[in-house]
Design a protein around this ligand. Sequence first.
Ligand SMILES: [Mn+2]
Length: 312
Amino acid sequence: MGKKYVTDFTADYEDVDIHLHYAGISTFGGYPHTRELQNVDIAIMGVPFDCGVTNRPGARLGPRGIRNMSKLACIFNYMWDMELDEICPNIIDYGDVGHYMGPRTTQYMLEKSYEHAKKILDSGAKLLTLGGDHTIPYGPVRAASEKYGKLALIHFDSHQDSIPSKGEYSHANFAYDLQAEGYIDPSKSVQACIRTDMQLCGYNIIYANEVIEMGPKTLAEKIKDTVGDMPVYLTFDMDALDPAYAPGTGTPVCGGPATNDIRTTLRNLEGINLVAADIVEVLPAYDSGEITALAAASVGKDLLCLMAASKK
Ligand SMILES: [Mn+2]
């Protein structure tokens, strides 16, 4: 499934698997859509869910928006001196799970995303989940912790998402609930780019102004020092970025870093033991010029490389 570039201009393009952004069925990175999990290195799974939002809806269209920009974002190896497809020859797009509209919508999403994440992780594959709003990490985090033990969380967000749900789930609860349930060790975890104040529950918080002042390489070192060699779950809320770089998101907050600073941070996290990750809160309807979806897809490519780096 290696990527082919257009070098033979006499070829019959319909017969060649040429990696064109605008043609073909839209899977993440152009990877094959299958649920066959034998020998899979990384599976990408969509959770088109946005019934947990407290402000703008529309993140249910996030997986489609991210997939649409991903062939453009995934084609180059810029910043990563690795051939992703050589280290991970079997990357798949698992498709979408947990979509249902009815009285049990949230519960159904929580159950199905957990079930499928568990199948993927138990097969030995790593998992990248595309949200959806920030209610979607429950299933993947629980499944990853059952496979790998207590997790360190790397949480990029402008919000702490640390309000206890008390069983009424929204996109503002997972960081509290999942440490209270014992899946995450907050003392070995980092919340970065924060610019709101919610409940403190033991996480190491690096506020957005500190992120910008210290720069991406220092930020990456601080995060690596905190998570050490623990299995890591990384969750990336697009509103971690400044709204100038990610306008298409549900609850934007001014004062965040640029896309390039965050990509450089991810590049410098090489060495962490990343077992699963997600990207959430892309709202295509509010996204001018597909900036946010492109940034999300680029972060997605970086996360695949970070997963591959931890396999080397
Ligand atoms: Mn947020």
